[in-house]
Design a protein. Structure first.
Length: 304
């Protein structure tokens, strides 16, 4: 008689019962361990580095395909922009990522008018190079005064020098740095920093004493093909250095500037940046309320 056909004895019953009991007894412990693992909800308020600023872990980006003071979000029109950002606010996303390049300030102004200013975290960026649409002042006061007027606020939480592509950026844009430092001393801005599109620039930012906040391109793929400044291992090492020194790191291009679109790719990228403790927060240029909900749901499923 084969094992599969052997009669089920009383001894077999007792052994099976004991095993089943052990599994059931272990299950609550396993569930408890899973619940105790760090979670990374997008609506959680997190402190950004040493800035003291508490922002939602997920920022609403307003500059997807941004250029010449416009972006996919603003080109969608005021009604669509309002619906998008208001939905995010309702879901706990209080961190709004803007820039002069995107032209998003007036759109945000209309959305936040009448809302408690202390409940919002506003970040914008100064474009430092002369273009057809902008002539930089060489400092920061003129730009920030205009930003505040466009937003209808007295203070901007974070201001970055936008799109650093050279390791020599601290010298190249010393006037903007000094101007932002003065505005920070006056309380017009709370924290300063850079967004980086070059590995050398990123390495300098990770150690430079002036920098409070770094926007860094990072995802689980890495490399130029996925809009990162170096291999994933190289970028990750720099971001860990930056965080250890107290810099606030906000990850961008988490989904490879729109190249990582499969569900498993998005999940892998989110898991990588959070489970490896590379960022304080991320910014995603979500275009619809449905994309907001999808990103929040995927973040909530990440475990360290």
């Amino acid at each position: 008689m084969s094992y599969m056909m052997r009669p089920f004895s009383r001894r077999d019953f007792i052994k099976t019962s004991l095993v089943g009991t052990a599994v059931l007894s272990a299950a609550p412990a396993a569930w408890a361990a899973a619940e105790a693992a760090p979670r990374f909800r997008g609506s959680d308020l997190v402190t950004l580095g040493k800035t003291g600023i508490k922002a939602s872990r997920l920022a609403q980006g307003t500059g997807f395909n941004g250029y010449n003071r416009s972006s996919a979000q603003t080109r969608a029109g005021k009604q669509a922009f309002d619906r998008l950002v208001r939905h995010g606010l309702d879901e706990g996303i209080n961190f709004l990522d803007m820039a002069d390049l995107y032209g998003s300030h007036p759109f945000v102004k209309d959305v936040i008018k009448g809302l408690p200013r202390e409940k919002l975290v506003l970040l914008s960026k100064i474009w430092p190079r002369k273009e057809s649409w902008v002539t930089p002042s060489g400092g920061a006061k003129e730009e920030i005064d205009r930003f505040r007027q466009e937003l209808g606020v007295e203070q901007i939480d974070m201001v970055l020098i936008h799109c650093m592509t050279d390791a020599k950026w601290p010298e190249q844009y010393a006037g903007i740095r000094d101007g932002l430092s003065e505005l920070k001393q006056k309380g017009v801005v709370r924290a300063v920093g850079v967004s980086c599109h070059d590995f050398g620039a990123l390495k300098v930012a990770s150690e430079h004493p002036w920098v409070d906040v770094i926007f860094a391109r990072i995802n689980h793929k890495g490399g130029k093909e996925y809009s990162c400044d170096a291999s994933v291992e190289e970028v990750s090492a720099v971001l860990k250095t930056a965080r250890k020194s107290g810099k606030a790191v906000v990850g961008m291009k988490i989904f490879g500037a729109g190249k990582l679109v499969k569900p498993e790719e998005k999940d892998a990228s989110l898991h990588y940046v959070f489970a490896h403790d590379l960022v304080d927060a991320i910014t995603v240029g979500m275009l619809t309320p449905e994309e907001v909900d999808d990103t929040l749901s995927r973040m909530a499923a990440v475990r360290a």
